[in-house]
Design a protein around this ligand. Structure first.
Ligand code: PMV
Length: 314
């Protein structure tokens, strides 16, 4: 049996504006993972995804599913016939809620295929294959999800620029609160595009302000300044509200976290539902978690951003 996995991710700052060329910061959540496990199957290649209610037989015919597309892309890249395997993909990451479940499942599946066929590829190549599938899920994704998930490192991401890994100088504790409402990133991204096309002179300054606060956020992470980062998260949430991608549920959770003493809170990812994040000190974890649950969060995860071991990662 061969297994491989990939983490969830959260966007700390800069979602949506990143689609328009502004920087964004995302971090992996290594404690929440998608896994893929391969077992010999003498009949051919089969992908089983119990969470998605899917059994895909990838013999000869072209199966129309993102997981089938990813499989074809990987096998084409390594020039390999479909191996005789049953690959089961499973994920602890809630679906369609801004935590990158799609990119994590794709990455885990690609890794197990590569391991089972003994064909190592560069992370950069894997990243571009997963990005192809992200386009099917999201329309015009910036590529931030697949990048942070494939590299499993904090990233300072600018569309179509070389990847910059972030050096984090301090321990930051986050709680992730799930509204329980799924929302399609594609729709939120499309709505922001429509707003932008309607009145670019009004929307561009909002995007620019987000870009400016992301740069300040990078500095906060690199100097270990949690209070500064918290303030920037609050400001980012306000600007995301102006882009219409928050929701009453997200606003309620953000307000509850702040009222319970969090240093900052904002929606994370595509918005309209899905997850929000709160930056806290470790001693606030129980209080803020209780406040989030009382305000309607159906799940609360903790994510600790560890100080980078290497001061010069990039
Ligand atoms: O996949 P999600 O919901 O975490 O959000 C992706 C982030 C966006 O900036 C909204 C879209 C993108 O492609 O970057």
């Amino acid at each position: 049996m061969i297994s491989a996995s990939a983490p969830a991710k959260i966007i700390l700052l800069g979602e949506h504006a990143v689609v328009y060329g502004q920087p964004a910061i995302a971090v992996p959540v290594s404690s929440l993972r998608a896994t893929a496990t391969a077992l010999h199957n003498e009949h051919g290649l089969q992908i089983v995804a119990p969470d998605l209610n899917q059994i895909l037989d990838l013999g000869q015919s072209e199966v129309d599913h993102a997981l089938a597309l990813l499989t074809r892309l990987v096998l084409n890249k390594i020039n390999h016939a479909p191996p005789r395997l049953t690959i089961t993909v499973a994920s602890q990451i809630p679906l369609a809620s801004g935590l990158g479940s799609g990119a994590a499942v794709s990455t885990a599946l690609a890794r197990v295929l590569l391991a089972a066929t003994a064909q190592p590829i560069e992370l950069e190549t894997l990243n571009s294959l997963v990005y192809e599938v992200e386009k099917v899920h999201h329309g015009t994704p910036s590529g931030i999800d697949n990048t942070v998930i494939v590299y499993e490192q904090p990233v300072y991401f600018v569309r179509e620029q070389p990847i910059e890994r972030l050096r984090i100088a301090g321990d930051f504790t986050l709680l992730i609160g799930d509204t329980g409402k799924t929302a399609l990133t594609k729709i939120a991204v499309g709505d922001v595009r429509a707003l932008y096309n309607e009145d670019p002179a009004k929307i561009q300054p909002i995007l620019n302000s987000i870009g400016t606060l992301v740069k300040a956020g990078r500095n906060a992470l690199e100097t270990g300044d949690a209070a500064l980062l918290g303030g920037l998260m609050v400001e980012n949430h306000r600007l995301l509200q102006q882009l219409t991608v928050s929701s009453p549920e997200l606003d309620t959770l953000v307000s509850a976290a702040l009222a319970a003493g969090a240093l900052g809170a904002k929606l994370s990812g595509g918005g309209r539902g899905g997850n929000m994040i709160a930056l806290i000190t470790p001693d606030q974890a129980d209080t803020v978690e209780r406040a989030l649950r009382a305000a309607g969060a159906i799940r609360v995860f903790r994510a600790d951003l560890q100080r980078s071991p290497d001061a010069h990662l990039h």
